[in-house]
Structure formats: C-alpha cells, structure tokens
Design a protein around this ligand. Structure first.
Ligand code: PMP
Length: 364
C-alpha cells in the first residue's frame, strides 16, 4: 500500500501501564497512577451531580456547534463566539492545526523536550521540523526567532512546558510575539494554565487583539478533571478559527462531553480549590528536592520533573514496585529525571517516602 513516507519511521502511541496491570504484576493492593497529569481531586461536584441525574437524547447527533458551551466560554473569556474552536481534547486541535497548515513545503518550530504530539503530527504531514533544545534547562525564545525561515508556518509554544513544568515569563513571551512575522501561526498550548500561580503571568487570551496570529489552546482534561470526556478548545481570531473549522470533523465532541464541560464551567471555586491544593503539594516537592540536594525544574503545573539517582527507567521501576506509576525521563527526552504528577497530600507522602528509599539504595 502507498502509506505516507513519514509513517515508516513512526510508532503507534504506546499507552502507559494501567493500575490493574501493575497491581497484578507486583502483587500490590494499592497502586496510584501519577503518570498523565490528571487531577487527583476528580472533577467538580456540579459535574458528578449532573451525571447522576441526566438523561439525554443519545440517539441524536451532538450539537456540532456546541452552542451553549460556546456561549458560556465566550462570556467567561470576553471573546466572540466565533473565536472558539472545540476539539476532541487539545490533541485533536493539534492535528487540526497540522492538517490545515502543514505539508511537505512548509517548516515548523517547536521545543525539545516538549509535548510530543506537535512533532508527531507535523511529521505525518511531511513538514520540515526544527526542534529547539532547552538551554540551561530553559527555553530561549531568541532561538525560536533565529530558526524562522521563509517557509515557517507554525511555531508551537507549550507554556508551561510539558515535561519540564516551567513557565515562560509573560514579558519574554510578549517580546517574542512582537518579533514573529504576522503570517506565522503561534500556538500557545496552555494545558496547565489553571495551575499557574505566578502573579506576573498574563492571561494570553487578553493578548489576542495585539497579536492576531496567536492561537491559545486550553483543555478540560487537567484542572477540570474531565480527561476521559476528551474535550479541549482553542481561542483565536475568527479568521483563523474559520480556516481550522474547515478541517474539523462535524461532530468531533460528543453530547455528554459538551454538557459536562458546560457544567464544569459553573464551578470556578473547584478550580481555585485544586490550584491551592496543588500549590501546597508543589512546595512539598520543592522542599524535598532542596533538602536532598537534587535538581527539580521550577514547576507551574500539577507535575514535577525531578532528578533521580542512576537510570530513570530503573528509578521509575523502583517507584512502580512501591505502587506509584510515574514517567521515566528516558521516554520524555529528559534522561536522569522522572516526571511525577502531584497527587493528594497522602499520595505524595507515599511518593516522597519511596523516593527517599530510592536515594538511600543509591547511597545518596
Ligand atoms: N498539551 C499538553 C502540553 C499536554 O500535556 C496534554 C496532555 N498530556 C495535551 C496537550 C493534550 O490534552 P487533551 O488532549 O487531553 O486536551
């Protein structure tokens, strides 16, 4: 068959191990999955109450315009309804952007290590991909500017970045945006926006009037605790959204996901509560790393990228045996580190105890 050339060097997505699988393999009663940056506090009670009581016309196709959710979200962010695009998770928005803008004739820029779906989708479309390495653990946006060429169509900025967790200061981001030519789309992937506590951080949706070539991506999968429903959104100029909508499948969000996301928007207090709990746990990890003299990236998210003694796969395996599923940095482009999603207070106590045993075993 005449498969796209790019597929010959690619692999299908390999899901992480499930808690049931790990329980069986290691004979554990309790296993905590801290590998995919989900919300350990679940979702808002407005959602769970709604789900318990709702009946819906499931035989009818979903509202392909997500009319009610769109109206609520537009009001919340003070934008036009035509400025919003919904996706089956922000994963789908990444593939919509790639399908709409990338092909063999164009060039795209992203950071490495960062969220792998940008490179994955760009390669499927055959685009020329430039991956900018971190410099001293930080993204230097001047390197992005230096990589722009006449064929550049899309620049991907993951902010805060996954897997490092670090945030680009708003003044640096704005200075960068001032230098990017207007015909290049800058995607600001802000999947962890709700967890940011830096008081200097500017909500980039408010930058849309100044920089009409940006597209801000957010998701209901993280702080909103709705990952299983697969719903994310992007906010941009109506001109950009109209083009992207040409590529979007007509019924890409299901009826229940649309309804549930809409309910979740009614409970800002839940998000605030999760942000505060998360910040407290983040401080515990920071104190732990400082006390043990190990490096941890500054995180503005619900996960930390923390140095481990020895090989990262071995460290992840050690934590797995103690009932904690984390991501080895070897698979994330950060050897020598593991990425841990911050769980509840109790879960983190367990992780830090297991981590201490790991350090002891390695004589640290
Ligand atoms: N962007 C980033 C930076 C992420 O970490 C993730 C999820 N891991 C996504 C996008 C995709 O999120 P979703 O498709 O669940 O909205």
């Amino acid at each position: 068959m005449r498969w796209k050339k790019a597929l010959s060097t690619m692999n299908p997505y390999k899901p992480g191990r499930s808690t049931e699988d790990v329980k069986k393999a290691y004979r554990l009663d309790e296993v905590v999955k801290l590998a995919s940056n989900e919300n350990p506090y679940g979702c808002a009670s407005t959602v769970t109450e709604f789900l318990g009581s709702t009946t819906m016309p499931f035989e009818i196709y979903p509202d392909g315009h997500a009319t009610n959710l769109r109206a609520k979200l537009a009001e919340k962010h003070g934008v036009d309804e035509e400025s919003i695009l919904f996706g089956n998770g922000s994963d789908e928005i990444i593939s919509i952007i790639s399908r709409a803008l990338l092909d063999e004739q164009v060039h795209t820029i992203m950071l490495t290590p960062s969220f792998p779906q940008y490179a994955h989708n760009a390669r499927i479309e055959g685009a020329d991909v430039t991956e900018i390495p971190l410099k001293d653990g930080r993204l230097d946006l001047n390197d992005y500017i230096g990589a722009i060429n006449g064929q550049t169509a899309v620049i991907w900025v993951c902010n805060p970045n996954n897997p490092t967790g670090t945030l680009i200061p708003s003044n640096e981001l704005e200075h960068f945006l001032e230098q990017v030519p207007e015909n290049i789309l800058v995607v600001l992937d802000e999947a962890y926006f709700e967890y940011v506590t830096d008081p200097q951080n500017v909500d980039s949706i408010t930058l849309l009037n100044r920089f009409p070539n940006i597209l801000v991506m957010r998701t209901f999968s993280k702080a909103y605790g709705l990952a299983s429903f697969r719903i994310g959104f992007a906010v941009g100029s109506s001109v950009i959204i109209t083009e992207l909508n040409k590529v979007r499948n007509p019924f890409n969000n299901n009826t229940l996901a649309i309804a549930v996301a809409s309910k979740a928007l009614e409970d800002d207090a839940f998000i605030e509560h999760c942000r505060k709990l998360n910040e407290k746990q983040r401080k515990r990890y920071e104190a732990f790393a400082a006390e043990k003299g190990i490096h941890m990236f500054d995180s503005e998210t619900n996960f930390v990228l923390i140095e481990v003694p020895g090989d990262a796969d071995e460290a992840a395996e050690f934590l797995l045996k103690h009932g904690y599923i984390v991501r080895s940095g070897n698979a994330l482009g950060t050897p020598g580190y593991v990425r841990i999603t911050m769980g509840t207070e109790e879960q983190n106590t367990g992780v830090l105890q297991a981590f201490t045993l790991l350090l002891q075993e390695k004589g640290r």
